[in-house]
Design a protein around this ligand. Sequence first.
Ligand SMILES: [Zn+2]
Length: 56
Amino acid sequence: MEKTFSVLNPFTDANGKTKFCITCGNKATKEALFIVGDGAILVEKYCDTCAEREIK
Ligand SMILES: [Zn+2]
């Protein structure tokens, strides 16, 4: 599905729940918002390295 990058936010674990990068599985430190399809928002978590690679 077409997705358009919107914003990248720092991500910190809430309530002690660790989230992991969807690309490499390391601990996530960034939260990227994409606009998909008819305006829905998709949130994906990345580590620093993958965020720089995935977000242009
Ligand atoms: Zn990663």
